[in-house]
Write a new protein. Sequence first.
Length: 386
Amino acid sequence: MGTTNKIYLDHASTSYPKAPGVAPRMCEYLEQVGCNVSRGEYETAYDAAEVVFNARERLARLFNFPEPHNVIFTSNVTTALNLVIKGGFHAGDHLLVSAMEHNAVMRPLTQMLEAGVTFDRIPCDESGELQLECIESLIHPNTRAVVMLHASNVSGTLYPVERVGRICHKHSLRFVVDSAQTAGVFPIDMEGMYIDALCFTGHKGLLGPQGIGGLLIREEFAREITPLISGGTGSFSHLETVPELLPDRFEAGTLNLPGIYGLNAALEYLERIGIDSIRAREQELAARFTAGMERLPGVRVVGSHDAHQKAGIVSLDFGGRDNAELSFLLDSEYGIMTRCGLHCAPNAHKTLGTYPQGTVRFSVGYSNTEAEIDFAVEALHKLLKD
């Protein structure tokens, strides 16, 4: 059949299209500003620094965090998680993670085994739900932190971060949250959830460009972390030691200023339309798609079927059919873009019973329409009849 009309259903990987204003603001920086921040004593540099600080302030407001200077920019959420995991924990420390973690947590943590850091996985059931009652029995005298995602990138399952945060607070544990699938869509209250470090990326629910992310971190936790990268910051240039001041301590080298300009524009957009409207839209679309899948024999919707209790992700396992082939046919025959495989989360698939075949993941975004969802449902009905 083939089609020239493409339907993008891979928003869990990266949002598309970006928020209105993102591309123009990035072009504005490249074509009209161009200078660095914290390096030049002239008006244009000061104006650029103001945009950077505005982005920090917007992120602090979005996540109910009191200190904009403790908003650290990195290239993505993976870099932020590496900074915390590799810089914050040492030989003899023990961590807890969920059984559904992405490799952005598991690979740096597995590397840290060689440095004497150990971990246990908090069990999840076959639908991906966290077994909250198991956490306290896994806490040892040397347990330092819980590091976990807010929502699964495989099943969309939401995790009870507020309740986990209360357990961490009770036991004086650090709480590190990966918000890759929820920032910009679900409310995150760092104060109310007892989060010590919130790692985020700009290019998913925040509707910004790739290559910009970071973390918001409490002062006392920041003092415990050794920077992974050090170098020039434009501050304390008379010293050859790493500055103690935040954000400089963790922002060596030149920032991704085009990315920050783009992210700031995306955050402005989110403030105007409100994340509640985005979440409601995505959950309605996911519910529409899920309902269409429940009428198909032999198709398993992985995780919860209640789209209003999870992120806008619907992962499907087609049983006896080749998932990769169906993903390919969806694109080549119907122009529907999905992601097939293990989604950089092998233990999540083991937990869900979809290892090693993986799933075909459909992830909706604010820009999708009901007509696109209906077309995707119809396409699957046709493919599965062949």
